[in-house]
Design a protein around this ligand. Structure first.
Ligand code: SF4
Length: 506
């Protein structure tokens, strides 16, 4: 049965991972037009735009965190869901084998990566039925961990930082949403899009919130009360000044979609699903007899995607600081928050497993003067060796418990990541002479091209995303957001946006 179902699903997965839907592109184009040229947010959006184009051209993953695959399947009554479920899992494994998805499914107890994105709970597949004998609808969203970690659930009434009391009312809901956006800052790869559910229980609320991400960003909520709330949030939230990647700027959110479920009288939950700018969501309608794709959802293949970038390449302003590793104490201390660095030379990747390892073991390479890149790349091996096909930064704050020790013990001079780090790392940067460089979250294709060669790998037993890759990088652009003088752009933007939040909230 359904002889083409597997191939159609592979096409859907590959397209979703590599080509943003038109409504998201349009919203990002509007965001780009709003940020003044030369600002950090504007430069970040230029890199994002180029990244979106490169992903389409090379059919590469838009972001190296290819996310949790979540399918919504609506099929005729009586369709064999067991067969579809098996073929969806097989299609996920095939897309992973082709390098379109990073192996992202790990055993929660042992940490072992399944290698093919298949395991208990991965992928997520929800089945629904309809009285339509001739068609099967499959929708897919790929939502990465950085933004998933920024989801939030509030139980009203509550006292919210900077916003005061949030009551069981639409105004209380509004405060929860504002708080969620403020809290995500650069960690969720802003500008983001929200799915929100008012009510339900803790489980159904989150599920309904995520389901709102299947709405297009430009639709109008049929409930006029929620339509009004969506519009007012979009008007207010961009006054927070969070900007792209939390660098400060005019656009913090590209969409807000709200639904409501009935609740128990004793409960009032507000569930928020935060999606990053790499908002990968597509769908297909299939012939229910063959499984062939009869049409796409969210996109019209007859209309070619309009290029996002207006000029080829990252546009230099002439103010960039060009550096090559190994870095010296003097070079690093000359940098200050806001500087744009073009870094060349040796960089090593290291994320959770590597940092944990370095607490008890000497590093497998000399890290003196080195750049340590918080990155879990998508890696493929061919006859000529390893190739990195997607390599954006991962959320740095996860390494906060380890980073200060790694810097001071091993002489690391530059930590590259996204979202910034905490007070302990800031103190270590100052004490040891090192900087934190914020790369643009999700710009996996862009940064893969700044990697000129993969020269080796250590700790491969941790799996390809967690291994320590030895890279030669060339003109790798990143912004100094924490310097060796105790300054942090993240802290500044957080404090300023908190003041704005307090003003908006009242
Ligand atoms: S853009 Fe950022 S938050 Fe989104 S999947 Fe990529 S790394 Fe994660």
């Amino acid at each position: 049965m359904l002889p083409s179902f597997f191939d159609s699903l592979v096409s859907l997965i590959v397209k979703t991972s590599t080509d943003l839907p038109p409504d998201v592109r349009a919203a990002m184009a509007v965001a780009r037009a709003q940020e003044p040229a030369g600002t950090q947010s504007s430069q970040a959006l230029a890199i994002i735009a180029e990244n979106i184009d490169l992903a389409v051209t090379d059919e590469g993953a838009i972001c190296q965190d290819t996310g949790m695959p979540t399918f919504e399947v609506t099929a005729p009554v009586g369709a064999n869901q067991l067969v579809m479920q098996t073929q969806i899992r097989d299609a996920i494994a095939e897309a992973t084998r082709r390098g379109k998805l990073r192996p992202n499914s790990v055993d929660s107890i042992t940490g072992e990566n399944s290698g093919d994105n298949v395991g208990p709970g991965t992928p997520v597949v929800h089945f629904h039925q309809w009285e339509n004998d001739s068609e099967i609808e499959v929708k897919l969203i790929l939502k990465g961990g950085g933004c998933e970690n920024m989801n939030a659930q509030y139980s009203l009434p509550a006292d919210l930082p900077n916003l005061g009391r949030a009551d069981r009312s639409l105004d209380g809901v509004r405060k929860c949403i504002l708080h969620a956006v403020w809290n995500a800052q650069g960690k969720g790869c802003a500008p983001g899009a929200l799915g929100v559910c008012v009510g339900g229980d803790r489980t159904s609320g989150y599920e309904k919130a995520k389901a709102q991400l299947f709405r297009t960003l430009d639709d109008i909520n049929p409930d006029p009360r929620l339509a009004e709330l969506e519009a007012s949030i979009m008007g207010e939230v961009n006054r927070l000044g969070i900007g792209t990647m939390g660098f400060g700027g005019r656009v913090s959110l590209i969409g807000c979609k709200i639904a409501a479920l009935n609740r128990l009288p004793a409960s009032f939950f507000v569930s928020v699903a935060y999606n990053c700018w790499a908002f990968r969501r597509l769908g297909v309608v299939l012939d229910a007899r063959t499984g062939d794709i009869t049409r796409w959802l969210y996109r019209d293949p007859a209309i070619p995607a309009v290029a996002m970038a207006d000029q080829a390449g990252f546009q230099r302003t002439g103010r960039e600081v060009v550096l090559r590793t190994p870095l010296t104490d003097e070079q690093v201390r000359s940098l200050k928050v806001g500087d744009v660095v073009l870094l060349s030379g040796r960089a090593y990747t290291g994320r959770d497993a590597v940092h944990h390892h370095l607490m008890k073991h000497a590093p497998p390479v000399d890290l003196n003067g080195a750049a340590l890149y918080h990155c879990g790349p998508v890696v493929a091996k061919d006859r000529s060796g390893w190739k990195i096909t997607a390599a954006g930064p991962t959320t740095s704050i996860r390494e906060e418990p380890y980073q200060a020790d790694v810097i001071t013990r091993y002489g690391v001079r530059a930590v590259i990541g996204k979202g910034g780090m905490g007070a302990k790392t800031l103190a270590a940067l100052k004490g040891a002479g090192a900087v934190y460089l914020n790369a643009i979250g999700g710009a996996a294709q862009f940064y893969a091209r700044a990697i000129k060669s993969v020269d080796g790998v250590s700790l491969l037993e941790f799996g390809t995303p967690e291994a320590m890759w030895h890279l030669t990088i060339e003109d790798f652009p990143a912004i100094v957001t924490m310097d060796a003088h105790g300054n942090s752009l993240h802290k500044d933007v957080e404090q300023e946006s908190a003041r704005e939040l307090a003003g908006i909230g009242t």
